[in-house]
Design a protein around this ligand. Sequence first.
Ligand code: SF4
Length: 356
Amino acid sequence: MKTQTANDLDRRRDAPVVELRNVEKAFETTRSFLDRLLDDPSPAKAVCDVSISVRAGETVGLVGESGCGKSTLAKLVTGQLTPESGTVLLDGDPVAGYATRTDDQLRRIGVVFQNVSESFDSRWSVRRAIAESFDRERRSATADHVAELLERVNLDPVVGERYPSELSGGQLQRVGIARALAHDPDLVVLDEPVSGLDVATQATILDLLAALQRQSGVGYLFISHDLDVVRYLADRLAVMYAGEVVERGPAATVFERPSHPYTDALVRAVPSDDPADPSPEPLPGAPPDPSNRPPGCPFHPRCSHADERCERHQPGFERVGDARSRCHYAAAIAEESGANEPETTDRPQHVPRSNP
Ligand code: SF4
C-alpha cells in the first residue's frame, strides 16, 4: 500500500474539495447523410475547456441558459460522466468515474437532483429512501439517523413513515437534502434545487441550505438558470455559455459589474421588484448547436458588441478586477455595465427570508 507523506497530507488539506482543470466532454450526435459520407463524427461539445473549483464552506453558483452544459458539468463532478480530456481532482487527487472512486471519495460528494419527485422510488418510504444513502456500516442503525437527518432539515421524524406522493414539493425537497447529507459529505451538488417551487417555499429552502452550511461547513455547487436564486447564496459565480465558462469571479462583482455581454444580458433579464417597471427584454436568438459551434467567440451571433475580431478569434480569459471574462472587450463591457448598475452587495430583497 502507498504510504502518505507529509507533503501529500498538506496538499490534500489545502486543496479544494473538488477541482476541474481544463475539462472537456462531447457526445456523439445523430449524423446526417452528408456527415456520414464525409466521415465527420460532429460530436456535440457539451463542456469545453472548463476549470472550476469548490472549497468546503463556500457556495459556487453555476448559471446559464438551459442546455449550456451545467448538468453535464455536475455529472463530471459526481463521476456519473468522465471527461474526454482534462482532470477532475478530489482533495487534490485525480479521479475518474463513479465506479472507480473509493468509498471515502464517494462519501465526499452528495447530490440534490433536478426534478426531485422523479428522484424517489414511489414504493419506498422516506425512511428507506434516506437509509439507502447511508454507508454500509451505518445501515444497521438507520432509524435514529434518519430521524436526526429529518430534524436537521426541519421535518418531523414521523415524515419518515410517509411516501413521496404524500409530501408537498417543499417537504420532498427537504427530504432530498436530508438524503444528500446522509453520508456527511463535504460538498453537495445542488442541481436546480428550488425550480418548480413557489417563491415562499424557495425562500425557506434557501434559508435552510444557508443554515446547514453554517452548521456543518459543507460546500455547495449551486446550479440554476435563475440568477435571483443563485445570487441569494453564491460566494463565487461561474457563467456558462455553449459549454464554456465565459465569466467567473466573486458573485457580488459579477452581478454588479458584469464584464461579459452574456452575463450582462442575463442580469438585465431578471425582472424588477417593482411591478411598475417594464418587463426586461429577453436575450435575442438562441445558443449555438453544440455540434456546429460558430468560429471565433461562440456568443458573437447574439452579441450587440460583436465585430470582425469576435467573428474570427476566440477570446481567452481577460482579468477585470477580481473577475475573469472570456471577451475581447471585457474591461470596456465592465465599465459600461458598472456605470448602469447601483453599487450594492445586499442580497435581493424580494426573495422573502423566513425561519428554516
Ligand atoms: S468577444 Fe466579442 S462577440 Fe464575444 S462577447 Fe466579447 S464583444 Fe461579444
